[in-house]
Design a protein around this ligand. Structure first.
Ligand code: SF4
Length: 76
């Protein structure tokens, strides 16, 4: 299983992750990224399905500030 969360303290609102993985990431009013998949609300508790693993990995790899965290268990 895969779970993801954005560290908003280090996100610089570059816009890369939402372009790469629009089903997983979107932006708040300040442009900071957050996990929106199935209304996760950037809690990091929603399991990401296998068909989104490639998008997940690409977004994680493409984040210039390493703000996208991915783990095998829920974050909260
Ligand atoms: Fe923020 Fe990283 Fe997404 Fe850019 S790619 S918006 S820095 S989380």
């Amino acid at each position: 299983a895969k779970f993801t969360i954005v560290d908003k303290d280090t996100c610089i609102a570059c816009g890369a992750c939402g372009a790469t993985a629009p089903d997983i990431y979107d932006y708040d009013d300040e442009g900071l990224a957050e996990v929106i998949f199935q209304n996760d609300g950037n809690r990091g508790v929603t399991e990401i399905p296998e068909d989104l693993y490639d998008d997940l990995q690409d977004a994680c790899d493409g984040c210039p500030t390493d703000s996208i965290k991915v783990a095998d268990s829920p974050f909260n």
